[in-house]
Design a protein around this ligand. Structure first.
Ligand code: UD1
Length: 443
């Protein structure tokens, strides 16, 4: 069985990595079982990793492959940046060539980025033979809905879900959303969250990160425990076009953070899009840049600086360490709402909505909107709260194992049903009613 998994942008890497580990485990146990099974050896999976190249910088891609122990991609499409149409169209064109060459049994797409939609759409329309055989398409993180069609990710989510054969859902709201949209229950599998599989797998290793010391946020003393010696700080990320592409919108959010910045340092690893906007809008003076020659400015006579401390984008382990020890997280990211829920860290989401309502129900996340007052008030409320490290249902570190089990089973079922499928398709073709001639058809 040949499975091809697609990654493209930063949030894909930690969602796909556990699937690759689960495939390896499946292959190990298939090899060990082969002598004992009455129905012959269990099928192993030949796995291929395809990177579209939507994100290409070392800090947005390369470092994640290393931190997560991901293998080098078998295929790199090298697409790079562009408008939505250019990026999506170019990924489709290049991915179709890979499909026709590799002829996988299953294509796995994750999340809601342009690469997710482009590769599922190319797969849904490919035909390996005259009866239209194509791979099964599996969407990991299906069913999430913000109900805000101005978000490119919402378009990607809705369209991807409706052309996939297997929908792997992370939270119960996803089951309801898919059912409301008329998606057949037979396609839907509530497996949990592979992003949380990665988080649980790397939580302990992330403690070895030295990022807190590098930012002057932890004093290393022999006697005290690491946790006790961490200075209080908050963590900030902003990258959504609606928040950062407009000067007023960005200034509003920064104004909402002023009170917090006076109380403790706010660490701000800045996405490339946001870095560019900060430069264009002339807002550098509002931030204390850390890195390069200005690194020494982060400490002031042994005291940690307050204010917003901007850094380049950070790798997975450094970022996980920062998230785990933060007093509060302020973000417009989707994934961080989930990661903070699992870690029991208060989160303020600088957006008008969320497609991940379980994070709000669990109490760790609050939707602040994007006004100065909304963000300031949400920060006041959330800093006063404390949470336990308990994840929602099925966020137990085993989502990817469940996914691989379903992939193997579904592929076997499809092989068994193939002769009847082909017969049904050719019967359908001969029985299909003739399309009535439309006006102008005779031309
Ligand atoms: C994409 C996803 C978004 C996800 C985010 C995480 C879509 C529609 N959006 O948004 O859901 O939350 O990734 O980062 O797929 N750039 C670089 N280096 C890189 C990648 C991007 O400098 O490696 C810059 C380019 O100038 C590019 C801009 O960032 O134009 C935006 O990148 P793009 O992939 O278009 O969207 P993101 O905003 O990153």
């Amino acid at each position: 069985m040949k499975v091809l998994t697609v990654v493209g942008a930063r949030p894909n890497f930690m969602k796909a990595a556990p699937i690759i580990w689960a495939v390896s485990k499946h292959n190990e146990s298939a090899a060990a079982d082969s002598g004992d099974r009455r129905d012959g050896p269990a099928e192993t999976i030949h796995h291929l990793l395809v990177h579209t190249g939507q994100h290409y910088d070392e800090l947005m891609s390369g470092s994640f492959f290393r931190d997560l122990g991901l293998p080098r991609p078998d295929v790199h499409l090298g697409v790079g940046s562009g408008s939505h149409a250019v990026q999506t169209g170019e990924i489709m064109r290049r991915f179709e060539e890979v499909l026709l060459r590799e002829r996988p049994d299953v294509v796995v797409v994750v999340g809601d980025v342009n690469s997710t939609l482009a590769c599922s759409l190319a797969t849904a329309k490919v035909a390996f033979d005259p009866v239209g055989s194509r791979p099964l398409i599996a969407h990991v993180e299906a069913g999430l809905r913000s109900f805000d069609r101005s978000m490119p990710e919402e378009i990607n989510r809705v369209l991807t879900d409706h052309i996939c054969d297997l929908l792997f859902v992370t939270e119960e709201s996803g089951l309801q959303n898919l059912s409301d949209e008329g998606v057949s229950a037979s396609k839907i599998h509530f497996v949990g969250n592979t992003m949380i599989d990665s988080l649980l797998a790397f939580k302990a290793k992330a403690e070895a990160s030295t990022i807190l010391e590098e930012l002057g946020l932890r004093d290393h003393t022999e006697n005290s425990s690491a946790r006790d010696s961490v200075h209080p700080y908050a963590l900030l990320t902003l990258h959504r076009p609606a928040n950062v592409d407009n000067r007023e919108a960005l200034l509003n959010i920064l104004a909402g953070l002023e009170e917090l910045a006076a109380e403790c340092p706010i660490v701000f690893p800045v996405h490339p899009r946001t870095q560019r906007r900060i430069r264009e809008f002339g807002l550098e003076s509002q931030l204390l840049m850390v890195g390069g020659e200005r690194k020494e400015e982060r400490r002031d006579g042994g005291k940690t600086h307050h204010g917003i401390i901007a850094t380049d984008p950070l790798g997975y382990l450094d970022f996980l360490c920062l998230m785990r020890h933060a007093r509060l997280v302020v973000t417009d990211s989707g994934g961080m709402q989930e990661e903070t829920t699992c870690l029991g860290i208060p989160c303020v989401t600088a957006r008008e909505n969320t497609e991940r309502p379980v994070t709000v129900e669990s109490g760790t996340n609050t939707i602040a909107g994007t006004t100065k007052e909304g963000i300031r008030d949400a920060i006041r409320r959330q800093t006063a709260r404390q949470f336990a490290e308990v994840g929602p249902k099925q966020w137990d570190g085993h989502a990817a194992t469940r996914i691989v089990d379903v992939l193997v089973r579904s592929n076997q079922e499809r092989i068994l049903s193939r002769p009847s499928l082909i017969a049904a398709m050719s019967e359908g073709a001969t029985r299909a009613p003739k399309r009535p001639a439309a006006e102008g058809d005779e031309n």
